[in-house]
Design a protein around this ligand. Sequence first.
Ligand code: 13P
Ligand code: SF4
Length: 307
Amino acid sequence: MNLFFEIQQLKKERNAIILAHNYQIAEIQEIADYVGDSLGLSIEAARTKTDVIAFCGVHFMGETAKIINPSKKVVIPDLHAGCSLADSCSAKDLEAYLQRHCQKNYYVVSYINCSAGVKALSDVICTSGNAVKIVSRIPKDRHILFVPDQNLGAWVIEQTGRTMELWKGNCHVHVEFTRDSIERARKEHPEAKVVAHPECSYAVRLLADEVCSTEKMIAYCQNSPSHAFVIVTEEGMLHRLRREIPGKIFIPGPTGHCACAECHFMKMNTLEKLYRCLHALTPEILLPEELRAAAEIPLRRMLEWSK
Ligand code: 13P
Ligand code: SF4
């Protein structure tokens, strides 16, 4: 069976769009209608007119698409594709924390890498691509609680000068990059610029020439006069960069113990599973309406503030 052909056929029959994150395997990136970062994917999900969204990413991304598209069918290739960062902040723990500190009347900013339950408790959502812009819009007299990524939160504090309290969560993939591993990469490739995702630790961000979201990495590498780049994020990003900027060299950022970093959740999706989910229209993302509607408010606020 030619999976590429069969998926294209099914896509037409189901009136579906295939959205894929930059960390997906090359074959999925090649067949997707849109490949991008969390922000671009949310905008695309809000814009699509199709009946079905096949979301190739991790669970919270499919959930985000469902939150803004209650009447559409949102299917994902693997229901078990989770996110260690989203798991580091449960809705139950966040609710208990907000209750314990109710006198602070926090303005809760949640990185999009969180569950629908956490989104429902938030005032506004952000992605790594718009976090600085979103936080800058929050009234100065409000105490901000930023969840769940402490590294992204710390980077936003550096960029905006805003004081924020940070939830102590992190991404198990991005914290594998170390000061030593990036220093080693710099020595091996002295001509290359180092581009890191803001989910990396402070020590790694300090060594980078540029810190930005996966989508902004494309523009940075395109516009930079440099010819080579060490890419300090999940390795799926290299495919997108090599495809869109064929004339330049992209080197995977090494971790403390590996030549490159891989998110095993992102890599749970395969072409076979994509075919199966379009064929059977399952696994489907389903949310209780009350929860979905509560999560939609901060998400729509983010989309509005991102314009
Ligand atoms: P982006 O916001 O750059 O898409 O990153 C999402 C993510 O999961 C990073 O680990
Ligand atoms: Fe989550 Fe990290 Fe994987 Fe991104 S790379 S989906 S933050 S576990």
